[in-house]
Design a protein around this ligand. Structure first.
Ligand code: NDP
Length: 327
């Protein structure tokens, strides 16, 4: 039998964790031929709840699940890890300053970066879901100098999937008929969902929807979808976030289809004027187990301004974590 892959999930007792773990154990993350050994990392007060989730995972009798450990120590949790899903984070609470939020998350993502650096497998892939995801990924990567920077990514796949669903609904097409949408920048309200290169059943999306809808409805609906879900559901999105995390890693490992791309937060090499080293979302393809920023796209003035605004926010977050001594 194949050697199990070690998959570590932080914040495993949270609501995204609960929606994620069963899908990983059933084989949807790495495919039907790869057994997985799960490591559930939690903070001490949540370990008991994670143990309850582990009991339920046992009770599913998943053939691909080779074992589960529940841990509160990052070094143990990331020892030999192949896929690290960093979901647990310090949420922003009422009255919290941005510096406090970044400091609290620095206290989580610095030791996790160090633990990944110390013990991860050579092929480790890291996806940060916990917010502020891009900057948390930047902090973790900064403390893992021996791991190639391109192994640290931040999730914008949920924003991407939301954009696909909105455009499909507007154009009366199936989600599988939409290609080449892109999310640029930060996973925040400044993100830029870009349909200037998108096609719907092979036709340019820009010929099917008007600019007013794009600017007044499409972009804000995608960017504020998380708040709309909290408003409707009384709780933040969880199953759709878990689904996007599965999609992100599955695409990273198995590749993008010919002629299409997706979106992911990856470390910039300076593409499209995004400062080197920032973790920013780009249109990306995946092949050979690695992400590649889609090259040579025309960026019109409207897109340029939106990308620049979101990237400016990432630059500010980087300056804040530097001045707080978190990197
Ligand atoms: P969730 O499982 O709902 O969310 C976890 C993180 O995912 C949050 O930072 C959340 O950000 C983020 N997120 C990113 N994208 C989305 C999205 N589209 N929709 C919703 N959330 C998104 O949080 P819970 O509070 O239920 O659980 C968090 C768990 O993490 C707790 O069990 C806690 O104990 C644990 N934790 C573990 C740590 C560790 O393992 N070291 C450290 C810190 C916490 P946002 O808050 O902005 O919605």
């Amino acid at each position: 039998a194949a050697t199990p892959a070690v998959v570590t999930v932080t914040g495993a007792a949270g609501q995204i964790g609960y929606a994620l773990l069963f899908r990983i154990a059933s084989g949807q993350l790495l495919g039907p031929d790869t057994p997985v050994r799960l490591r559930l990392l939690e903070i001490p007060p949540a370990v008991r709840a994670a143990e309850g989730t582990a009991m339920e995972l046992d009770d599913c009798a998943f053939p691909l699940l080779a074992g589960i450990d529940v841990l509160d120590d990052a070094r143990a949790a990331f020892d030999g890890v192949n896929v690290a899903l960093l979901v647990g984070a310090r949420p922003r609470t009422a009255g919290m300053e941005r510096g406090d939020l970044l400091s609290a998350n620095g206290g989580i993502f610095r030791p996790q970066g160090e633990a990944i650096n110390a013990g991860a497998a050579d092929d480790v892939r890291v996806l940060v879901v916990g917010n502020p995801a891009n900057t948390n990924a930047f902090i973790a990567a900064s403390h893992a100098p021996d791991v190639p920077a391109d192994r640290f990514t931040a999730m914008t796949r949920l924003d991407h999937n939301r954009a696909v669903a909105q455009l499909a609904a507007r154009t009366g097409s199936g989600v599988d008929e939409i290609r080449r949408l892109a999310i640029w920048g930060n996973h925040s309200a400044t993100q830029y969902p870009d349909l200037t290169h998108a096609t719907v059943r092979g036709q340019a999306a820009t010929g099917l929807v008007d600019h007013e809808w794009v600017e007044q409805t499409f972009i804000p609906t995608v960017a504020k979808r998380g708040a709309a879900i909290i408003e409707a559901r009384g709780a933040s999105s969880a199953a759709s976030a878990a689904n996007a995390a599965i999609d992100h890693v599955h695409t990273w490992v198995h590749g993008t289809p010919e002629g299409d791309w997706t979106s992911a937060g990856v470390v910039s090499h300076g593409e499209y004027g995004v400062p080197e080293g920032l973790v920013a979302s780009f249109p990306v393809t995946s092949s050979g187990g690695a992400w590649h920023v889609v090259p040579d796209l025309d960026v019109d003035d409207f897109s340029r301004a939106r990308i620049d605004a979101s990237v400016a926010e990432l630059v500010e977050e980087r300056e804040s974590v530097r001045s707080l001594g978190l990197v």
